[in-house]
Structures are given as structure tokens and as C-alpha cells.
Design a binder for this molecule. Structure first.
Ligand code: SAM
Ligand code: DTB
Ligand code: SF4
Length: 346
């Protein structure tokens, strides 16, 4: 296949047709696209830290941290900066290149944002990439984060616009898109994906991916989470998703967004090694590393190191990451030049 042309005009039917392919054909296509754009044996690893836990005013039906659900969660106020630095340097020592900080807020106040900015600066000073997920932002807040040097903002669409109301009532799908626009306008890298296994249909999964791929620019990072079922949340007890459907979704994401990092996100503790290997085969090339996600468990770092060894996969190092980004942006420049040339000839 020649250099991939990034599309932003996918229909839901076209995406569903990819989902409907025979499994082997879908994986072959995804792996082919993956190899055209990335080293297939390198995975980028990020470590997460919950910097403010619980008592959230939103009612997301999957989340342990909503004040509206009765979950067994230890709440915590915004952490002091030194605790964050300690966690980030431990993560760096274990090989993580990006440190992601998550806060259980509907949106940050300006005062809290300044405290998070202190954390971003301190983590940067350790030589790590930074990512934060703080809920909805205003335009000036996004600008402030850009000035502070933030690398990535995570804000998930979570599910399709059609299914959204079944999961969350305290904010709209449009609210999510608005924050993503503010982040993109500031040229902060966008990390946005969703959760599978909440009782949505394949059509919903296709619809969520259509929203992501048809954004004016593909998110640089697309986390695909498997629902972690938390007792006390409204969604707890929902039928589990067929693991092959999860792998299919990773493959379709890879085909739709060839130059994006596709992150095998929450839910790995419930996946066996074979399933994770198939996710990498389907084009996942990023994951969370370290024994904790935000409030739930992730596999032990040692287990991931062992798995990578068995699969011949290596951690993507920070300098390679920058090289890949440079390569991607030069590819993007070449593609834009080609498209511009073609438009002039037409
Ligand atoms: N409060 C902010 C927000 O919602 O944007 C940031 C933190 S929130 C916990 C970040 C993301 O984690 C959510 O958008 C959701 O996609 C994911 N998440 C939360 N709980 C989850 C669960 N139980 N299983 C899988 N993913 C989950
Ligand atoms: C994302 O898509 N997944 C991460 C991160 N972005 C912030 C969060 C997963 C949370 C899983 C449930 C928990 O640990 O509370
Ligand atoms: Fe709050 Fe985020 Fe959890 Fe929703 S997902 S309840 S906004 S912490």
C-alpha cells in the first residue's frame, strides 16, 4: 500500500463493513497499515496517577469516582506536588516515557489548574512527556495549559452520540467535542478514545470511531478501554464483551487512524497474554504501565516486562518517540504537499 492518505469522511456503514470482515482479513489489513506507519515491535508506555480522587459531580455510569454512586473508594484531595514528583520519577525509572495525571473533576477551577501546572512543570523537568485529564476546559484554560508546555490532553468521547445518554446525564456529547476543540486549537496533542463493553452495540462502536476519525485532525493518541466493572456503579453487572469484538475494535481503529497511537488501555487485568498479543497484532502500540490505573488495578510492571520479552516487543524510548513524531510530521507535510499539488492540478 502506498503512503496512507488520512481520511476524515468515513460513514458509519463503511466502518461497520470493516468490523464485519472475517477476523483474519481484518487483522491482516490492520497489521499492514500498522507496519506502514510504525515499528510493529515497539510499544509506547505511559504511567497514570490519580491526582484527585473521588467526589466527582458527574454521573458517568462506569466510574468509581462519581459522588452519585455508592462505591468502595478512598477519596483524596488534590495531591501535593512532591508526591507527584516521587511517583513520576519511579515511573520513569521503570521505563515509562509519559506521565498521565487524572483528576475527578467535572472541570478544573482556575486555582486548581495552577496547581496542576506546577505538577506539569515538575514532571517535564524530569524529562518525561506530560498528559493530564481534568474534565471540561474553557478556551483560556486550554491556552494556559499550552503555555505551561503540556504535551497531551486526554478527554474521551467514551461512546457513540446515540448511546451517550444511557451512560452520562450530567454533560452532553457536544460538551466533550467543545473541550477537544479548545485543546486542538491550542495545538496540544489530543488523546481521545472510549470504553467498550458498556452494553453498546457494534453500530455504537462504529459510530464512536466515526466521531473520532472525522474530527478535523485525528487524535494523536486513541485509548480503547475495556470497561472495568466497579461494584456500586450503575453499569456494574452488564454482559461482558466478546474479547474478539474488542480486538476487532482495535484493528478498525488502527485502519481508520493509521498515524495515531492506539492505546490498549483499561481492562488488561482481565485479559490473558494471548488476547493482549492479538491487540498488538491488531495495531495497538501504546499502553498503561504500572500496577495502578486511576482507582483500579493494572497488571504488575514485571508481568508486562515478561510479556514483552516473550513477544519480542520493546518499550519505545523517549528519543525514538520524538523521532517517530518527527517522521510522522514530515510524512504529514509530504502528504499535505501531495494533496495540495493534486488540488492545484484539478
Ligand atoms: N474526570 C475527567 C473526565 O472524565 O474527563 C478525567 C478522569 S476520567 C476517570 C478519564 C477516563 O477514564 C474516562 O473518560 C473514561 O473513559 C475512563 N474510565 C473511567 N472509569 C472507567 C472504567 N471503570 N472502565 C474503563 N474506563 C474508565
Ligand atoms: C483512558 O482512556 N483511560 C485511563 C486514562 N484515559 C485516564 C483511565 C482508565 C480508568 C480506569 C478506571 C480507574 O482506574 O478508575
Ligand atoms: Fe467524574 Fe471523570 Fe469519573 Fe465522569 S469519568 S465521574 S467526570 S471522574
Amino acid at each position: 500500500m502506498s503512503e496512507s492518505k488520512l481520511r476524515h469522511d468515513w460513514s458509519r456503514d463503511e466502518i461497520e463493513a470493516l468490523f464485519d470482515l472475517p477476523f483474519n482479513d481484518l487483522l491482516f489489513q490492520a497489521q499492514t497499515v500498522h507496519r506502514e506507519n510504525f515499528d510493529p515491535n515497539k510499544v509506547q508506555v505511559s504511567t497514570l496517577l490519580s491526582i484527585k480522587t473521588g467526589s466527582c459531580s458527574e454521573d458517568c455510569g462506569y466510574c468509581s469516582q462519581s459522588a452519585k454512586h455508592n462505591t468502595d473508594l478512598e477519596k483524596e484531595k488534590l495531591l501535593p506536588v512532591d508526591e507527584v514528583i516521587k511517583a513520576a520519577s519511579e515511573a520513569k525509572d521503570k521505563g515509562a516515557t509519559r506521565f498521565c495525571m487524572g483528576a475527578a473533576w467535572r472541570n478544573p477551577t482556575d486555582k486548581n489548574l495552577e496547581r496542576v501546572i506546577e505538577m506539569i512543570t515538575a514532571v517535564h523537568d524530569l524529562g518525561m512527556e506530560t498528559c493530564v485529564t481534568l474534565g471540561m476546559l474553557t478556551e483560556p484554560q486550554a491556552k494556559r495549559l499550552k503555555e505551561a508546555g503540556l504535551d497531551y490532553y486526554n478527554h474521551n468521547l467514551d461512546t457513540s452520540p446515540e448511546f451517550y445518554g444511557n451512560v452520562i446525564s450530567t454533560r452532553t456529547f457536544q460538551d466533550r467535542l467543545e473541550t477537544l476543540k479548545y485543546v486542538r486549537d491550542q495545538e496540544i496533542n489530543v488523546c481521545s478514545g472510549g470504553i467498550l463493553g458498556m452494553g453498546e452495540s457494534r453500530r455504537d462502536r462504529a459510530s464512536m470511531l466515526r466521531e473520532l476519525v472525522n474530527l478535523p485532525k485525528h487524535p494523536e493518541s486513541v485509548p480503547i478501554n475495556m470497561l472495568v466493572q466497579v461494584e456500586g456503579t450503575p453499569i456494574f453487572g452488564v454482559d461482558e464483551l466478546d474479547p474478539f469484538e474488542f480486538i476487532r475494535t482495535i484493528a478498525v481503529t488502527r485502519i481508520l487512524m493509521p498515524e495515531s497511537y492506539v492505546r490498549l488501555s483499561a481492562g488488561r487485568t482481565e485479559m490473558n497474554d494471548q488476547m493482549q498479543a492479538l491487540c498488538f497484532m491488531a495495531g495497538a502500540n501504546s499502553m498503561f504501565y504500572g500496577e495502578r490505573l486511576l482507582t483500579t488495578d493494572n497488571p504488575e510492571a514485571d508481568a508486562d516486562v515478561k510479556l514483552f520479552k516473550r513477544l519480542g516487543i520493546e518499550f519505545e524510548a523517549a528519543n525514538e518517540l520524538q523521532a517517530t513524531e518527527k517522521e510522522c510530521s514530515s510524512k504529514r507535510e509530504r502528504r499535505l504537499a501531495e494533496e495540495f499539488g493534486a488540488a492545484q492540478q484539478a
